[in-house]
Design a protein around this ligand. Structure first.
Ligand SMILES: Cc1cc2nc3c(=O)[nH]c(=O)nc-3n(C[C@H](O)[C@H](O)[C@H](O)COP(=O)(O)O)c2cc1C
Length: 361
């Protein structure tokens, strides 16, 4: 089949996933698709979204809709962001450069992973070149490294590259236990690839990412003190932690369970969201990721109080299926599905999406 024929059959995120599975090494497919232990949470993310019903409003009369959102000084043309995911060069040789170009062309925010296989500076340059004159928004995800001097060096690299926010992943005091990777004996990048953001500026050596169970709110205070960039915490599920985050001057939260890749059997993110929204009480934006595969999933998350959603695996499926065009395809597909569902819900913009539109029957 020609690529054109293949493209015309890519109608859903699931179609991209099926093609991605054909295109990449089974070991890498398992790395991207897999999750912790029994993968209960990973499945729950998707099924909990599907099980919610939408209760649309009628006759509210608007034939113009707008989907853009503004978050921490960054605007996105739709409330669908790219969650940070590691190792894009395992999905496609262009890696994060292709992803960044597609995100910039779609005019949405890419959260660059600390574990990207391209340096943040090069990702930023690719994004800028893909959207001349528009200064596309990149945020940088970090696992705070216990060597704070090194953590600070990464923050400074991000600032110099022009990232507009820092996303600190706090659900990973230790690595998740992914049994598909154990079965495949996959624990590291193949020769020739590395986590470029972990390169030590002094020695030129690439360090291993350290997960640290010593990290505490003191480290968030430290980060707050060294940068004026907005700081978001990613991986918050407990409403009490959401309240503590407010006390520590955190600017935003990402309700996430790491796509089910850390602690298995935690709730689906859509299930955890309402309590977090309640705890935050409108004092900071809350983003959700995990299991978003359809425009209707985006509608449900926004109706329940999220300001935007992130997508992780769908971006990887696009990248593996068709490089930059594939990522763009996935983003445009989700944009179109979201807009269509917005119309069918009788809504003209994300602001019209209210909790009464979602029911659990
Ligand atoms: C292959 C893969 C790699 C990931 N790498 C990171 C990472 O480096 N940093 C991080 O904070 N989250 C990482 N995540 C979690 C995502 O940011 C996001 O929370 C999750 O993928 C959302 O669920 P979804 O894949 O169902 O959309 C990764 C997820 C996947 C699937």
């Amino acid at each position: 089949m020609t690529i054109q024929q293949e493209r015309s059959r890519l109608l859903t995120v699931a179609d991209y996933q099926a093609l991605a599975q054909q295109r990449i090494e089974p070991v890498y497919y398992d790395f991207f698709a897999g999750a912790a232990q029994d993968e209960i949470t990973a499945r729950a993310n998707e099924s909990a979204l599907r099980e919610l019903c939408l209760l649309p409003r009628i006759l509210r009369g608007s034939d113009t809709r707008q989907s853009s959102v503004s978050l921490f000084g960054s605007t996105a043309s739709m409330p669908i962001l790219l969650s940070p995911t590691a190792f894009h060069k395992l999905a496609h040789p262009d890696g994060e450069l292709a992803t960044a170009r597609a995100a910039a062309a779609a005019d949405t925010i890419m959260i660059v992973s600390l574990a990207s296989t391209v340096a943040v500076e090069d990702i930023a340059a690719a994004a800028r070149a893909a959207a001349p004159g528009r200064d596309p928004a990149l945020w940088l995800q970090l696992y705070l490294q216990p060597d704070l001097e090194f953590s600070e060096a990464i923050v400074r690299r991000g600032e110099a590259a022009g990232v507009r926010a820092l996303v600190i992943t706090v659900d990973s005091p230790v690595f998740g236990h992914r049994e598909r990777d154990d079965a495949n004996d996959f624990h590291d990048l193949p020769a020739g690839l590395c986590c470029e953001n972990m390169r030590d500026g002094k020695t030129g050596q690439v360090r291993q990412i350290a997960m640290s169970s010593e990290l505490s709110w003191k480290h968030i205070d430290w980060l707050r003190g060294i940068t004026s960039l907005p700081v978001l915490l990613k991986g918050v599920l407990h409403p009490h932690d959401a309240r503590i985050a407010l006390d520590h001057g955190v600017d935003g939260l990402l309700v996430s369970n790491h796509g089910g890749r850390q602690l298995d059997t935690v709730p689906a993110t859509i299930t955890a969201l309402p309590e977090i929204i309640d705890a935050v009480g409108g004092r900071m934006p809350v983003i959700l990721d995990g299991g978003i595969r359809r425009g209707t999933d985006v509608i449900k998350a926004l109706a329940l109080g999220a300001s935007a959603v992130g997508v992780g695996r769908p971006v990887i499926w696009g990248l593996a299926a068709d490089g930059e065009a594939g990522v763009r395809g996935v983003l445009e597909l989700l944009r179109a599905e979201f807009d269509h569902a917005l119309a069918l819900c009788g809504a003209a913009s994300p602001a019209d999406l209210t909790p009464d539109l979602v029911r659990h029957y």
